[in-house]
Ligand binder design. Sequence first.
Ligand SMILES: C[S@@+](CC[C@H](N)C(=O)[O-])C[C@H]1O[C@@H](n2cnc3c(N)ncnc32)[C@H](O)[C@@H]1O
Length: 226
Amino acid sequence: MSDATHSDTIDWDSFWRAAGESEAADASPSGEHVVDALPEFFAERGRPDSFVDVGCGPGVVSFAMAERYPDATVVGYDAAESVLADNRERATEMGLDNLAFERTVLPAFPDREFDAVFSYFTLCYVADVESALQNMYDAVAPGGHLIFNYHNRYARAYWQTMADDPDEYLDPIRARWKAEMAPSDWKKARVRESLADGADLETAITEMQRDYIAKSRETESFVEWL
Ligand SMILES: C[S@@+](CC[C@H](N)C(=O)[O-])C[C@H]1O[C@@H](n2cnc3c(N)ncnc32)[C@H](O)[C@@H]1O
């Protein structure tokens, strides 16, 4: 199965199947960048009755929108079936009847109309961006909104530094892999240690968070703690 239209891009279906908590968060930039800004945008422009999150990944925005606007129809689209299956399960567990997840591989987009079509950090993985944008634009209902991001020259320069010296970025990941320890594993181990020493759960979590923040400030990379 191909889930991408850029020949050299990531195999997203495998990525999401293997991703742990921290990898999933790292590949969900909308959580940090936009999820809180969207309600402000809709407060000004009018709330949508239908909203789609194209290239939704684990659906940070899709879930947030479905919870915030229970009367709106929300659909998360992605090329990777693995992440869609997880999202559907979570939506059912959370009882979110207004939220669905469907597969599409941009530039293809279903022949439907929505009040708001949103796509974050996804078009950079699509070879035929023009057609993708045209198809998403065609899906915007009259008076609706198309909201998306695309890398500008500053972002490209930043990513180019990674491409120029991949080892600088890959070495810390290799070290984590070798130690079989990601930040989320470290956190769990730290909480378990405190619980074993007799702390209650709240204290164990608070102490772990305090240590995590202190260590993050003291060191440049998580690998230095291992
Ligand atoms: C970096 S993630 C961004 C996830 C989410 N939008 C966010 O910002 O939190 C990129 C997402 O785009 C999806 N994707 C990549 N190529 C795609 C394509 N051609 N059509 C639809 N989705 C695609 C990937 O499966 C992945 O979930």
